[in-house]
Design a protein around this ligand. Sequence first.
Ligand SMILES: [Mg+2]
Length: 429
Amino acid sequence: MARTASDFRDRVILHVDMDAFFVNVELLRRPELRGRQVVVAGSGPRSVVLSASYEARELGVGSAMPVSRARGLAPHAVYIEPSHGGYRDYSQRIMEVLRSVTDLVEQVSVDEAFLDVTGSLRRLGGPVAIARGIRREIYEATGLVASIGVAGNKFIAKMASTGSKPDGLWLVPDDRILDFLDPLPVRRLWGVGEKTAANLDDAGLRTSGDVRGAGLDYLRRRLGQAAGTHLHQIVRGIDERPVVVERTEKSMGAEHTFTYDTDDLQEIRAVLLQLSHDVARRLRRSGRRARGVAIKVRDRDFRTHSRSRALDQGITTGREVYEGAVRLLTEMGPLPSRVRLVGVRVERLDEGDAGRQLSLWDGDGSAGLHAAPEWDEAESAMDVIRERFGPRGLQPARLVRGGVKPRYGPDGGSGACEDPYPVSDENEA
Ligand SMILES: [Mg+2]
């Protein structure tokens, strides 16, 4: 059966969750440990497990478990101490991929987020294409694997991503919600703690379906007003909670990792142009202006060079962002060695206003980085066309020639999908 947007009456929510995030970040540095039992945990006597590889999970090791207990279950596992440096950087790169899809991203932890893609379906080609695109983009940007649940609300999306792990993509259409939920043990339901599960177990309510058969009054009496009401709703697959966007996002960025390390300035500039337009598009969608631009260049030895510059006035166009980025690249001087990754970021975001003035890069008039309002309008028009015809419907000529890979192509990725709701290829737009 083809799965399309009509699988969802109201909203389309994605829950994106990295597989064994801390372990897999460590494995990027120690690939020889792949396929083995690996546990990331502190070394103190009272430390708990931060993350365990799926091989270690098979022995019963889980997050938040005391290390002493984990060592009893998996005595031959490799225990790695958390190395605080890298996780935040990977997390940022993952969230940037998500924010390139939609601004409606709610980050719930370092490696987990909800997306409301209801408004992005036409542009990006359906929920499955979006989810596959995200899985592929995250893998290309980080080497890490994300699992994704697709559903009509946050609760079901979260349950679906959990059920799809590892390396999964699971779509639960609205009309299959109860088939999906009913057999699940109560303790597996998101938000149901050990105590509640034990309490219900005592009453003979073992599965979500059992709980659904119990009345609202009964659940309220047994669990209290709030918990009883909530459980009564979620076992019916009802969850009205919106995806809540943190409005405190102070910057937006995009990065590109080259397939081969390069010192070709033209190629680097072409990528900066693409990234500048990506970032500016998101900036305009958020209705804000940037008063700063930054770039990042990572060389083949993983040394990262960054530069940023404050602007006197807010900017919104890809052309302005690009001019700033190129200027910063020039200021960096000769490339230190071959380049592995470049990134563009706009900073110091504020709310846009209609009476936008001509802005100058630094006010001294010498830079020629004037933001012509007509460019703002031209790029806004491009946004509209892009909404209608997809990301490749319109691009500056140089991007087409530059051979920079579009962020979403027709081959939407290689997302594996678990039964019982296989995602066929028919619905790929
Ligand atoms: Mg995770």
